[in-house]
Write a protein of this length. Structure first.
Length: 96
């Protein structure tokens, strides 16, 4: 099954600092998911000033439960309190 995940950063003054503090760990984890063909593509979301304030990621996992167990529960932006809100939606990704 395919999923799109939106992670929205906190809006407090320290939100960007929390993101930057765990960003390398997040990128390392994303590379692992890419290598395992679980993460299909991803992007940072930007505010009106071009600063990162969230993420959108597209995955393929057998189920949402497996996605949460194998990725979300250990994702540095989630465990590091970067994201204040996470939305997971089933998706059908167009092949090209």
């Amino acid at each position: 099954m395919e999923f799109v995940v939106f992670g929205y950063d906190g809006k407090d003054e320290d939100a960007l600092n929390r993101r930057l503090a765990v960003r390398e760990e997040h990128l390392k984890n994303a590379q692992k998911m890419f290598d395992e063909n679980k993460l299909l593509f991803a992007s940072a979301l930007l505010d009106e000033n071009g600063k990162m304030n969230g993420s959108v990621m597209f995955f393929e996992f057998p189920s949402q439960k497996v996605l949460e167990e194998e990725w979300l529960n250990t994702e540095p932006y989630n465990t590091g309190k970067v994201w204040e809100k996470v939305i997971i939606k089933s998706a059908k990704i167009a092949k090209h």
